[in-house]
Design a protein around this ligand. Structure first.
Ligand code: 0PR
Length: 391
């Protein structure tokens, strides 16, 4: 419905009543029906901190020196999580902005070679947006049989125009981690910028490692890695918008700098896309990292992984569907040799499940809002769907 702006406003109570009824149609995380999202209900404490900082604008850091310092500290904490406490970077609007910033830096640093970027076929669509904006050509490299970027193919695809290689630590579809050590060797051999998109995996893999799992190297431990995306508004439980971009050194970040001399708080350099940007986001990330600590996040990740195992066991018991691959993270791909998986997804959606549909599989993401009872219920409906389709 098209709305016009009234001459005289409505009382707050009337607006709130209307709002409540208008928003009722949305899915909620609490319902347990959202099984295909990488976001979740923000942590209570982060909401509280966020509300305290609504007026902070990191676009004018001179006015908000303290909030800017907290952003720096949040980046330091994220850096320490990813083996580089001295990383430079920002809390940005999300993984898309973070990935654009990384390729922007890579392009500017490469000077003469300004064209090609190698990404795995499994890379998030934000790289398509980045390439479009930055005038870069994406070279999409095939995957191996474990759905990782195929290293031989990547090596073959390098040319004198390659400005960056992108590896993903926790792919959007299946949560797969690319072979970052091998990508690093290629990048170092050819002096190419290596960006790792750990938007999802960055808040999972370090804690899985602390819980005793064998986790592949993916972060600044790997010498060729120049920048990493890690998103607090995914598995970090922070309120939207909160992405993270970390650079190995200041020069990399400075390569995308724009001077803004006239600001009320004094001249500054922006190294983000946005000008006016949310200080509340950065402060909420700072507060939540301080509050949960490694122990808190280990608990969150441990619980999600236990539930993921439950889902995996359940899928294995249902005749007619199977796993696309054995999950590394709390992301499960469900496929079928018997049915068109699109029909299965359609039926599940009709039953009220918000699952994602990729070309050959259904994606379920076991986020912190998912409870054991939701998984049980989902498995029952999946079984019923398969039986119904079998006729
Ligand atoms: N990198 C990876 C690996 C991603 O999976 C995503 C988003 C991004 C970058 C971009 O992050 P932003 O969306 O923060 O810019 N992946 C999710 C997806 O495509 C985004 C999402 C989240 C979609 C919640 C739907 C949803 O309900 O699945």
């Amino acid at each position: 419905m098209r709305m016009k702006l009234f001459e005289k406003g409505l009382p707050e109570r009337a607006v709130l009543r209307k709002l409540e009824s208008e928003l009722k149609e949305d899915f909620t995380y609490d319902s347990g029906r959202i099984l295909g999202s990488m976001c979740t209900s923000p942590h209570e404490f982060a909401r509280h901190v966020y509300m305290k900082s609504l007026e902070k604008n990191l676009g004018d850091p001179g006015l908000f020196c303290a909030a800017t310092q907290l952003e720096r500290e949040a980046i330091g904490m994220l850096g320490s999580l990813l083996s580089h406490p001295n990383a430079y970077g920002h809390i940005v609007s999300g993984g898309t902005e973070a990935n654009i910033l990384a390729l922007w830096a890579a392009r500017n640093l490469a000077k003469n070679r300004q064209r090609e970027v190698l990404v795995p076929v499994s890379a998030h669509c934000s790289f398509d947006k980045a390439a479009n904006l930055l005038g870069l050509k994406l070279i999409k490299v095939k995957l191996n049989d474990r759905f990782q970027m195929n290293i031989k193919e990547a090596e073959k695809a390098v040319t004198e125009n390659t400005v960056a290689i992108v590896g993903v630590a926790g792919t959007t579809g299946l949560g797969v981690v690319d072979p970052v050590n091998e990508l690093s060797e290629i990048a170092l051999d050819h002096d190419i910028f290596l960006h790792i998109d750990a938007a999802f995996g960055g808040f999972v893999l370090p804690f899985l490692e602390e819980l005793g799992s064998n986790v592949p190297d993916f972060d600044f431990r790997v010498p060729g890695v120049c920048s990493v995306t890690v998103d607090p508004h995914k598995m970090g439980l922070a309120p939207i918008p909160a992405g993270g971009i970390l650079f190995r050194n200041e020069e990399m970040m400075r390569s995308i700098s724009t001077n803004v001399p006239y600001l009320a708080g004094g001249g500054t350099d922006h190294t983000t896309i946005l000008g006016t940007r949310s200080g509340a986001s950065a402060v909420a990330v700072w507060g939540l990292l301080m509050h949960l600590g490694r122990q808190g996040y280990r608990g969150v990740v441990g619980r999600c992984m236990r539930l993921t195992s439950k889902l995996v066991e359940g899928i294995r018991r249902i005749n007619g569907v199977n796993l696309k691959t054995r999950p590394t993270l709390n992301i499960v791909g469900i496929t079928s040799n018997e049915f068109d998986i699109e029909l299965v997804a359609e039926e599940l959606r009709r039953m009220g499940w918000a699952v994602s549909l990729f070309p050959s599989y259904i994606r379920v993401v076991i986020m912190p809002h998912v409870e054991p009872s939701h998984i049980q219920h989902f498995l029952q409906d999946l079984k019923e769907t398969v039986e119904k389709l079998r006729g």
